[in-house]
Every structure is written in C-alpha cells, then in structure tokens.
Design a protein around this ligand. Structure first.
Ligand code: EPU
Length: 336
C-alpha cells in the first residue's frame, strides 16, 4: 500500500477544486485495507476519509489527514427468485457504467438513475435519487467495514435507515463505516416510473423498456445539468426543503404559483425555484456561480476555491431565508 504525501485532489472531485490531501492512498483490493488500518492506528491524531467519485464533495480546505480513494472493482449476478434478480457490485464501480451494465443484462430498476456521477459505494451513502426513483428502492443489502474494529457487517435495507438524500452511514455514524459492496434487488416484472415531467413527454407513445428510459433520462440530464468534465459542479447543491403544512399555506398566499409537493404531513419545496426567484440563476462572483440553466447547481467556472463556492452558497442561503423564511441545507459533504 503506497501512501503519498501532499496529493492534489483536483482531478478527484467533480467541482475541480485544487484541495490537497496531506496523505493519500488508493484501495484496489480488500487485502490492502489491513495495511491502511494499521497506518491509521499508527497516526491516531490524523483524520481519515473515504473518497468515491468525489461527485458530492466540497473541499473548503485541504484535508489534514489520510484520504483513501476506494477503487474496489467487481460486479456479478448472484441469482434470482420468483420476483427479483440479485446483483452485487463493489464500491469503486462507476455508477452510470454499472446502471448500463444491468440494462445490458436485461435487468430493469436502475434506469431512472442513469448518468448520476459517482460510484456504487457512494450511492447508498446519500441515497441518490432522480426522476421518481431512489437507490433504496433497489437495494437489498449493503456490506460495510467498521473502520475502528475491522468488523464486516451486512446492513439490511431497514438498517441503512434511508431517507431523502440521507442514510445511517451519512448521518447517524458518519466516517465510521466504509461501504465495500452493495447488493441490488431488481424486479423481474419492472414497474416503469415515467410520470415525472419531461420524462413523460420524451417517451409518449413508445413501447417502454429500460434502455429507452435510460436514454431519455440521459437526454434530459444532458440538456439541463452541467457535465462535470466541462464545468465543475456537484449536482444539486441544496436539498429540496421540507416545510410544515401551515408554513406552506402562508407561502402559497404570499407567492401564488410556488411549486410544492405534499410528503406526509409536510410539503417539499423546489430549492431551484426558490433560488431562481431570488435572481441567482446564472449569476457568478469570480469563478463561483450558479449554472445558467439550473439555479440549484453551483458551478466552478475554472479557478474558484472551495471557500469561494462556500461563500457564494452562504449568500444564496441568506437571500432565500430573507425572502421566503426557508433555510436551505447543502446536499454535498462539506470538508472544512
Ligand atoms: N426550477 C426553477 N428554476 C431553476 C431550476 C428549477 O424554477 O433554475 C424549478 C422548476 O419549477 C422545476 C423544479 O424546480 O420544475 C424542479 O426542478 P428539477 O426537475 O430540475 O428537479 P430538482 O428538484 O431541482 C431534483 C434532484 C436532482 C434530480 C432531479 C430529477 C434534489 C436536491 N435534486 O432536482 O438530483 O436529478 O430532481 O429527479 O433532490 C442531485 O441530487 O445532485 C440531483 C441532480
């Protein structure tokens, strides 16, 4: 296991921020984990973080400890029962390539999650979601290693405590568990989810299959979200906020036409709409800005620092709070 010092993470985070890791290594095989853990035990004062595709991270500062890039690769079909196919993938597999591979195997379920940047291991961490599907809908179990004890544990989908862009691994015990493999459960009789505005129009009158839906999702994403290879970004920068019913009624009276979707007792608002209404779409301050076609996506126009992106985000939060009385929460993991 080669541990390097002062390594730039610029190519390893989709914001393209030139943050540095004090120490860095890549984990290609499970066998390598023992020496990484031993190194960490010999340096008890240094923090350790795991990096997947770096697609949901904002480095506001350099990382003072060890960054472990998870490159574990493997995928296989485990079998099937009356209702599902079971497929296992290692954490370092590229998410979109994995989705397309399942489609190549004539399996459905993940097509709505096409083209989401990142890795298989990062997907359960924040329960990635798009166009009416969340990854939790297709997860059977997650295998993770306790970074403190080296215990390997299988988490059932209930134990993962998934919720909107959240999980046990992200919020309850952050930094403790390293996700190493994910087992997916993909329905043998697919239920297509095509009601989302934009998706429905593209597929009108067509005989549906997973590849067709995946292609439509790719089209939609490419038409409104920036490609991180061209312009640095981490997808949606804020979560869509949930507000109580009473607050929703007040907002509706004040701002007729405000979009909102009931979710149990609460209402989910569109963070993109709120930010847009405050005049932020396409705005920039130096190289930090919002994408011209989508106000929810913060972008690095070239040489922004993480601190500049973070200041820009803070200005957005302040103005949405002032206009609507709603507090936006960042979606990416912020390293400060
Ligand atoms: N809108 C505006 N102005 C904007 C952008 C959006 O008014 O500049 C309004 C429109 O009314 C639009 C609505 O916001 O109809 C919703 O926009 P969109 O369909 O793009 O969805 P979103 O809520 O902004 C969420 C996810 C995305 C996911 C899409 C599609 C979150 C935080 N984001 O975005 O996920 O791809 O739905 O399902 O939940 C991500 O998490 O990184 C991500 C890209």
């Amino acid at each position: 296991m080669q541990i390097r010092e002062n390594v730039s993470l610029k190519a390893l985070n989709t914001f393209g921020l030139d943050a540095k890791a004090r120490y860095f290594c890549s984990l290609h095989k499970m066998g390598g984990l023992r020496s990484v853990m031993q190194w960490a035990q010999e340096h008890p004062d240094l923090p350790v973080m795991f990096l997947g595709g770096g697609s949901n991270m904002l480095f506001v500062a350099d990382f003072p400890g060890l960054v472990v890039q998870v490159r574990l690769l493997d995928k296989e079909i485990l079998g099937q029962d009356d209702n599902y196919f079971y497929v296992r993938a290692a954490a370092g597999e590229n998410w979109h390539d994995f989705v397309r591979w399942t489609i190549d195997q004539n399996m459905a379920g993940l097509e709505n999650l096409s083209l989401i940047p990142g890795t298989v291991g990062a997907a359960p961490m924040q329960n990635i979601g798009a166009y009416g599907v969340e990854v939790k809908d297709c997860i059977y179990e997650v295998q993770a290693i306790d970074w403190r004890t080296a215990e390997i544990r299988d988490f059932s989908v209930e134990e993962c405590r998934f919720s909107y862009r959240d999980s046990f691994f992200k919020s309850v015990e952050p930094g403790r568990w390293l996700i190493v493999t994910v087992v997916f459960r993909l329905p043998r009789k697919p239920q297509w989810k095509t009601a989302y505005a934009g998706v429905r129009e593209q597929l009108e009158g067509k005989t549906l299959n997973a590849r067709l839906i995946s292609d439509a999702i790719i089209n939609i994403r490419q038409s409104k979200l920036p490609d991180p290879a061209v312009i640095g970004n981490a997808g949606s920068f804020f979560k869509n906020p949930m507000i109580p019913q009473a607050k929703w009624e007040t907002l509706q009276a004040q701002f007729p036409g405000i979009p909102g979707w009931p979710q149990g007792d609460e209402v989910k608002l569109s963070a993109g709409w709120l930010i847009d209404q405050c005049g932020w779409k396409g705005k920039r301050d130096g190289d930090a800005g919002t994408f011209e076609k989508h106000a929810l996506v913060l972008v690095n126009h070239g040489n922004a620092t993480g601190a500049q992106i973070w200041d820009f985000a803070y200005a957005i939060v302040t103005s949405v709070q002032a206009k609507f009385g709603v507090t936006l929460e960042p979606e990416p993991w912020v390293v400060k």
